[in-house]
Ligand binder design. Sequence first.
Ligand code: BG6
Length: 464
Amino acid sequence: MKKIIDEKFLWGGSSSAYQIEGGWNADGKEPSVQDVKTYIPAGTTDFKVASDHYHHWKEDVKMMSEAGFRSYRFSISWTRVWSFKNNQPNQPGIKFYNDLIDELIKYKIEPIITMYHFDLPDFLQQQGGWLSRSTIDEFAKYAQLLVENFGHKVKYWLTINEQNMMALVPEAVLGQKATMKDIYQCNHHMFLAQAKAMKIVHQLSKSLVGPAPNINVIYPNTNTPDDYLAAINCANIRNWYYLDLPIFGKYNTIVLDLLEKNNSMFDIEKGDMEILTDPLAKPDFIAFNYYATGTVKSSDENNAVASKGGDQHSKSGVKGYFEQVKNPNLAKTQFGWEIDPVGFKTTMLELTTRYNLPLILTENGIGGYDELDANNEINDQYRIDYYTAHFKQMFEAMEMGVDLIGYNPWSAIDLVSTHEGIKKRYGFIFVNRTEDDLKDLKRYPKKSFYWYKEVIKNNGKNIK
Ligand code: BG6
């Protein structure tokens, strides 16, 4: 059935707490793993001030409303709302998010909230992080705190941002490498934490909840049978492992086989599968982040590669299963990421045929160098071109039956990239600072801001 974009479609923008907020130790906030990161490259900012949204949130929401946003996807900082030191909620942090949510609602902007976006409390990391089962219960307690405080105002919850990227490129977000068994043990614990959180949302509120992995289709490098097998392997290891379990209640067998062959099967305790298959722990929708497709070739035992420098789109591979290669058919961003609008459509088609659930796009976008010109304007035509190409494919996907309920690109406002600083800008709104100079942190709408406003107003009908 065709889906038409109407006034209910959630056009918006996206962010995450540690990349936008700053105020890293303000009003009782305790450190997350991002605040204590030690491997930030020279010449790249840390996350202490970021875009200083903690002190500019009112103005930021007003600008989102001026652009006509109908939704805003952001994350809550766990260590802002819970004090591990005092073992109790941190009330100023709860107030911050209550005020932010109320302000969004005042402007008729639907909050879409990620519970956890790469910023595990350092307190928990010190006790073993996701390798420790106690983090599962801490996450459930945290989810309950969120739903009890904000659940009556929030219709859409997302559990964990890009669990698959944390597993595939652990050094990108966690700053450390890990063994295969440890990675999948962490994954198992995150699945349990997610299942408990989904059940809590369903039990305590009328809200909807879904996972938020990074999903893209995978191309074989050539039409050889071995490369096609590598593409299947990669798609299962990278994508489907993270959705099959919450949606079908079954672990993906291709990945279990990989773990057994590598002597890396994780431990499943008695009662775990009951938690994972609880009907109340099923997602209502799939939120997904899409940047570009992947291309892979077969990998023999000896040529597997590790991702480079913590970049999620650099080469990666799993020995004997696949090796990621460049796709010469695709253009690239200024930061070397491939651009594939058609892949956006095929990714949605594949998600729909496989899972048949509503979709919400929670990240898509282009990182580039933006600068204020002499008139204090920012001409980011390249961003408009990127979105135009993606919107055309998005409309076609919806015509073909994809039930997409919202589009929340990365990012609403300039923020600090996971590993490439503030110079890699993603926003519709420019934030006046550099890596080492905070300047005045003033906000300026970019050319794309005005363009996106027209798109939203016309529900995309002005895109030619
Ligand atoms: C997504 C993450 O993977 O990609 C975001 O959820 C991230 O947190 C975004 O910022 C863009 O990646 P990067 O590395 O350019 O910041």
